[in-house]
Design a protein around this ligand. Structure first.
Ligand code: NAP
Length: 242
């Protein structure tokens, strides 16, 4: 039996870190593609509000909604997902994009630095999935998109906790995919593993800095990924500058 499908225009997306950078580009392309609702969530309410206003003005419709939360706070994370489901009726696409790095050497790594990075990049993503899964199962439809990194495939001496978190996210994604396989859930799990993405020169006619790619390529790749048939498994999308 074919797995349930839903047009993007009926889907509700939650993009963490959607106020800036890659998350903003994801939110923009989802709104332009007329997703039913795109909730962008992170700590800075003013940044989120401004992005939502700009994207809504660009598309001439109210589709992007800001929500302030701290992914390191598990209660706030649960509240975010429950809010999205209550307000919009579903959580169809969860984009785990919030993330940061703390530059510390292997010898100089601190407990505070490690906790900040792991709780934001890895535990937060896991907790969001944990909260969103019941809604995805209820709808018999869900996509989880994780933003890992090239640093989830290669280790770099100056950001050991970041690499551990991004490698960990890929491992967690494998478990989630295996869970979907075992339970038969209509759940897809995609990982982005980008190299350097220029999130400063984002205008349509701006050139990315040397060694980086324009953020629009992340947005295009997201749309392509989501457009694949439900039966298709696409694991990691590795993209970086030539
Ligand atoms: N740009 C690149 O070259 C590149 C390459 C590979 C992977 N990545 C990954 O791509 C993702 C997006 O990065 P970006 O380059 O677009 O940088 P960015 O603009 O700094 O995005 C990071 C986002 O994470 C949010 N965030 C940080 N701490 C948070 C917290 N405690 N709770 C909730 N949200 C939090 C930030 O919003 P608030 O400050 O408002 O909370 C921000 O919107 C990250 O996971 C990053 O590791 C980036």
């Amino acid at each position: 039996m074919a797995l349930r499908n839903k047009p993007l225009t009926e889907q509700v997306a939650l993009v963490t870190g959607g106020g800036t950078g890659i998350g903003r580009a994801f939110a923009g392309v989802l709104a332009e593609s007329r997703a039913r609702a795109v909730v962008i969530a992170s700590r800075r309410e003013d940044v989120l509000r401004q992005t939502a206003d700009e994207l809504n003005a660009r598309t001439g419709a109210e589709r992007v909604y800001p929500y302030a939360f701290d992914i390191r706070d598990l209660a706030q994370t649960d509240a975010l997902v429950n809010h999205v489901a209550a307000r919009f009726g579903a959580v169809d696409v969860l984009v785990n994009n919030s993330g940061l790095a703390v530059a510390e050497s292997v010898e100089g790594i601190t407990e505070a630095g490690w906790d900040k990075v792991l709780e934001t990049n890895l535990r937060g993503a896991m907790w969001l999935v944990r909260a969103a899964l019941p809604y995805m199962l209820r709808e018999d439809f869900g996509d989880v998109v994780n933003v890992s990194s090239q640093a989830g495939k290669h280790g770099y001496a100056d950001v050991p906790s970041y690499c551990a978190s991004k490698f960990g996210l890929l491992g967690y994604a494998e478990s989630l995919r295996d869970h979907a396989r075992q339970t038969g859930a209509n759940l897809r799990v995609f990982n982005f593993c980008p190299g350097l993405i220029d999130v400063d020169h984002t205008g349509g006619d701006e050139e990315p800095r040397a060694g980086a790619i324009h953020v629009r390529n992340m947005a295009r790749a997201l749309l392509f990924t989501l457009s694949l048939d439900r039966e298709v498994i696409l694991e990691d999308i590795n993209l970086y500058a030539r």
